[in-house]
Write a protein that binds this ligand. Sequence first.
Ligand code: ATP
Length: 568
Amino acid sequence: MDFQKLVDVYEQLEKISSGNTMREILSEFFKTVPKEDLALISYLTLGQIASEYESVVLGMAEKSVLKAIAKTGAVSEQKVKEIMQKTGDVGLTAAQVLQKKPQTLVPLGKLTIHELFEKLHKIAETTGSGSQDQKANILLSLLQKTSPEGAKYICRIVLGTLRMGVGDMTVIDSLSIAYTGEKKNKELLERAYNICPDVGVIAETLAAKGLKGLEKIDVHVGRPIKMMLAQRVKEWEEIQKKMPGKIACEGKYDGERIQAHRDKKGNISLFSRRLDSVTDQFPDLVQYLEKQVSGKEYVIEGEVVAIDENGKLQPFQVLMQRRRKHDVAEYVKKIPVQIKLFDLLYLDGKSYIDEAYEKRTAMLKKMVKKSKHVVLADQIITDDLGEINTFFKAMLKDGDEGIMVKNLQGEYQAGTRGWNWIKWKKEYVGELSDTFDLVVIGGLYGKGRRSGTYGALLCAAYNKKKDQFESVCKLGTGMTDEMLEELPKRLDKYKVEKKPARVVVKKEMEPDVWFEPKIVVEVLAAEITKSPFHALGLALRFPRFIKYREDKKAEQATTTKEIEDMVK
Ligand code: ATP
């Protein structure tokens, strides 16, 4: 397929902000895409060249991109830099320079999606000394073959700033409409996507094998599975209603969720809750798992926590220091970790996700040889309230957040906040307040002591059904002066000119600055009230900043449904 066709779609998408219109445009477009290009186009509409978990990095410096633009347009690098300073966007800079390209420099043939994709991968693969120049040359060969608009998008893709406002679910919905004629099959697609969070594979399977093929999508070692989440309740009685009889209780540890995959060759890869690869961050953990967990091929889950030399649990903030690319070896020594394993999703050719919790954890127990660094999550199975209460208190004393209650018969509900797991946290006992994970969508300039930074942040919950972010509060308290000062540095890279697509805000709440929905913050709120000013129709009162949730993507924020359910 000719890349220009995708460029025309990009041009349309850029002008609209309604999720529904976006889906209409994309689904009509997908119908015209040849099967062999469908996966590539699915990635490209997201501004990616592979699935996110594959962490393919194009690694181009802005300087090299500007150099390639200058060469293509036959103008000086200085001139390109000046335009860049004015526009502030590499895409607009490319379009402007190449618009004025002399007639002699006509495009050298048509750029196909296939060639674009191949060359973008080549850019990613080029590393080492002199690689920036080589990358610039490959980019040059692409820019020479496309229109000024095409150049605009290619330059944004290589720098990771495409920002079309399209999310994975928008692509999945559009594929569903294009290939199955209706949205009704969305559930099936969603299920497949939860087990295989790779839009390219989903698109390819759908095109080649239809819905039947998607039904068969299964666990694939090395490809992360979207993690199961827990529901919350206000009163303990609700848990008993949802799970009558015996239940399992485990500690709810305040660490980092890890999904570990071991392939047949013995390679272990670790994925975070965001499904990013974190294998390089935890070389120690890889070694412990190699020694302490049996099984040729497996997928298991647990919570990683920091411990001291005596094995005592350390606070979450200590573990956060292990989130680094440099000095890893030094920090392995400085901050030892332990994994508390609690689930088994796959073992030696058999998927366990549809098996009952009881069976999964019984098998997991057999696989684990306990040590200081690899243990099973504390667990009791009982229907005795007294026993549960004693366990809850013991967990809090250990520094845990509370307990996880799990349905003994429940399957693993990938990517779902299902009723098979319910969290019972210390905040629920006695106090009414609870925490919410919200997405920062806007900023209001600060005054007085806060001038030069933001005085408040407009925050949103995620409407999963509509795949959009709806404002629920303005957050202004809970940050130290230092945190306030560093806000622009943290947020401004996500600044966008106009309200991003998928963001819903009432006129009264429009902020001074819009942000792409990327940053997630944990917020403590005292109550939920009705509000005509917020998109959801509900507002969180007295919101207070607790911490950044770097482990969460925007789509993993608290959902509007959860907030509505809490009101009910
Ligand atoms: P919270 O904000 O309350 O920490 P959350 O929104 O991050 O919760 P939940 O679905 O409420 O996520 O809780 C599940 C998380 O709790 C998991 O992602 C995991 O990191 C953590 N966790 C700790 N202990 C356990 C356990 N025993 N079983 C499952 N998850 C656990």
